[in-house]
Design a protein around this ligand. Structure first.
Ligand code: MG
Length: 500
C-alpha cells in the first residue's frame, strides 16, 4: 500500500482513538460522574481536545495529504478518506488557535451564565453573552470561508455542503403547508383528554419493555449499552461500543419509549459502519441531518405507527393491565400522535416540531446577520410563536432561553433537526418501494430487513456523499418536504377519518 496513505490511516486511527477517549469522559459525565467531578473532568476533556487540535497542525499530516492528493493508486473509498481528512484538517487549521481558545472559553462561561439566568428569566445577564458568542462565531465564519453567506460556514459544521438559501426555501415551503394543516388537525381532534394522562407506570416495568424494543430493532447489546441520563443522547465511542441513554418518568410512559426508539436509531447508525473502515471517515456519519433521519425514522415512521403497535400494544397492555386494559389500540394511537401547539420544542409532536425549528432558524440567521439584536429577541420570539403556533410564552425561560444551543454557540445546528425529520419520511418511502413487505414485517415485529436496508443504503457509505447527494442516490431526489407532508396527511387522515 502507498506509504503516504498508510501514514494517513495511522493518523486517522490515532485521532479516532483520542476522540473515543473524550467520548468516554463525556458519557461518564452525563451518566455516572459524582456531582463534584465536574471541574476535574472539564480539565481532562480540554487537555485531550487540545491534543487533538494540535495533531491537525502537524506538518506530517499535510505532507501525507499532499502526497495522496492526486488519488493515484487509491480506491474510490480510499480517496474519500483522503478528501474527508483534508476537509477536517483544513477546518481545524483555518481557525487560529487564539480564536479557537477564545470561543471555547466564552461558550463555556456563556453556558454557565445561561444555566443560572434561565430559571430567573434574567435576560439582562444572558443577552450580553449571547451577543459575544454571536460575534465570535462571525469571526470564525470569516476564517472558515463560505460559499454565499457567512451563515453557510456555520451550517457546514453540522451539515456539510448545505446553503442558507436552500434551507430558507425548504423551511418556508414547509411552514406554508404546516400552519394550515395544524389548524385542520386541531379542529378534527377536538379537546378530549388523553387516556394515558394521570396514570402511573412503574419504572422497573418500563425498563424491561424498553430493552425488549431495543433488542427487537436490532441494536446489538454486545456492542452497546442503554443507560439513563437527564437528557437522552447517543455516544458512539466505536462501532462496537455505542452508548445510548434514555430517561424514565413514572407518569409519562411514552417519554422513555420514544427516547429509546430515537436513540436506538442513532445507535444502529453508529453500529452500522463497515469494520474494515473503522477509525476512518468511511466509518463516520455524513452529518447531523442524516444522523437525525435515522433516529426519527425509528421513533416516528416506525414507532408512532399503527403497524408497530398492532404488534406491540398487546404486550404493553399485558405489562400495564390496570392502566391500559380499558384503552383500545385506536385510542392509544390517537393519544401518542396527539397534536398540540406548545411552548417547548423538545415536547413537540410531529406536526408542530418543525415550526419550532423554522422560528429558531429565522431568528438565528437574523441575529447572525445583525438585523436583530439579543435585546429584541424576546419580542421577535413571541410574535413568531403566535404567528406559527398560536401560542406565546409569558417568560423567556419558556421562550428564547429554553434551549442550551445558543448559549454554547451552536448556531447553524437547529436546521439539522428538520432535515432529519424530512429525510426520515423520504427514506421510509424509499424503503417501502424497495421492500413491499415492509409494513407487514413491522406488523409482525420483524425489523431485520429494514435495518439491513438502512445499513446498506445509508450507513455503510460512511462520509462518501454529502447529505443531499446521499438522498438523491437512495431516494431519487434531494431532501424534500413532500414525502414528510404526505406522510403526515396519510397518517392523520387515517387516524381521524378525514381527507387532508
Ligand atoms: Mg437526535
Amino acid at each position: 500500500m502507498n506509504k503516504s496513505y498508510q501514514s494517513l490511516l495511522e493518523f486517522s486511527r490515532d485521532l479516532y482513538a483520542l476522540r473515543s477517549a473524550v467520548g468516554v469522559l463525556s458519557w461518564d459525565q452525563e451518566t455516572m460522574m459524582p456531582a463534584k467531578g465536574g471541574e476535574g473532568r472539564a480539565r481532562s476533556m480540554a487537555s485531550l481536545s487540545r491534543v487533538m487540535h494540535q495533531r491537525f497542525s502537524e506538518p506530517r499530516l499535510l505532507e501525507a495529504l499532499e502526497a495522496c492528493a492526486s488519488g493515484e493508486g487509491l480506491s474510490e473509498e480510499e480517496r474519500v478518506v483522503v478528501r474527508e481528512m483534508r476537509r477536517d484538517r483544513d477546518k481545524a487549521v483555518k481557525v487560529p488557535e487564539a480564536l479557537a481558545a477564545e470561543i471555547a472559553e466564552t461558550v463555556s462561561l456563556s453556558q454557565r451564565v445561561w444555566a443560572e439566568a434561565r430559571p430567573k428569566n434574567d435576560t439582562a445577564a444572558f443577552n450580553p453573552w449571547l451577543a459575544k458568542v454571536v460575534s465570535l462565531r462571525r469571526r470564525e465564519a470569516e476564517c472558515l470561508g463560505y460559499a454565499e453567506t457567512p451563515y453557510d460556514a456555520l451550517l457546514d459544521n453540522y451539515e456539510p455542503g448545505a446553503r442558507t438559501s436552500y434551507l430558507r426555501k425548504l423551511l418556508n415551503d414547509l411552514k406554508a403547508e404546516l400552519v394550515p394543516l395544524l389548524g385542520k388537525l386541531m379542529d378534527a381532534q377536538g379537546k378530549a383528554a388523553s387516556p394515558l394522562d394521570g396514570k402511573s407506570f412503574p419504572v422497573a416495568d418500563q425498563r424491561l419493555f424498553n430493552m425488549k424494543i431495543l433488542k427487537a430493532m436490532g441494536f446489538d447489546l454486545e456492542a452497546g449499552r442503554l443507560d439513563e441520563s437527564a437528557h437522552p443522547f447517543t455516544e458512539g465511542l466505536h462501532p462496537e461500543d455505542v452508548r445510548l441513554t434514555t430517561r424514565y418518568s413514572e407518569t409519562d410512559l411514552m417519554s422513555a419509549l420514544f427516547s429509546t426508539l430515537h436513540e436506538g436509531g442513532h445507535g444502529i447508525y453508529e453500529q452500522g459502519f463497515q469494520p474494515r473502515w473503522f477509525g476512518t471517515p468511511m466509518a463516520e456519519a455524513v452529518s447531523l441531518g442524516v444522523h437525525e433521519s435515522q433516529s426519527r425514522l425509528w421513533e416516528n415512521q416506525v414507532g408512532r405507527s399503527r403497524d408497530f403497535w398492532s404488534c406491540y400494544y398487546p404486550s404493553l397492555q399485558g405489562m400495564f393491565p390496570k392502566q391500559l386494559g380499558e384503552v383500545d389500540l385506536g385510542a392509544f394511537l390517537k393519544a401518542i400522535n396527539r397534536v398540540q401547539p406548545s411552548l417547548i420544542r423538545v415536547e413537540a409532536d410531529e406536526v408542530t416540531y418543525n415550526l419550532h425549528i423554522v422560528l429558531r432558524f429565522e431568528l438565528e440567521t437574523a441575529l447572525f446577520g445583525g438585523e436583530l439584536e439579543p435585546a429584541g429577541l424576546e419580542a421577535a420570539w413571541n410574535e413568531g410563536m403566535r404567528r406559527n403556533l398560536g401560542v406565546a410564552p409569558e417568560k423567556p425561560s419558556m421562550g428564547y432561553m429554553q434551549d442550551v444551543h445558543w448559549s454554547c454557540g451552536l448556531l447553524g445546528y437547529f436546521p439539522t433537526y428538520t432535515l432529519g425529520n424530512l429525510r426520515a419520511a423520504q427514506l421510509f418511502d424509499a424503503a417501502q418501494r424497495a421492500m413491499p413487505s415492509l409494513k407487514s414485517d413491522i406488523r409482525s415485529g420483524s425489523f431485520g430487513a429494514l435495518k439491513a436496508w438502512l445499513n446498506a443504503e445509508v450507513h455503510q457509505s460512511g462520509r462518501c456523499y454529502d447529505g443531499d447527494t446521499l438522498m438523491e442516490k437512495v431516494t431519487g431526489s434531494k431532501t424534500s418536504a413532500a414525502p414528510f407532508l404526505g406522510y403526515l396527511k396519510e397518517k392523520y387522515g387515517a387516524l381521524y377519518g378525514i381527507g387532508l
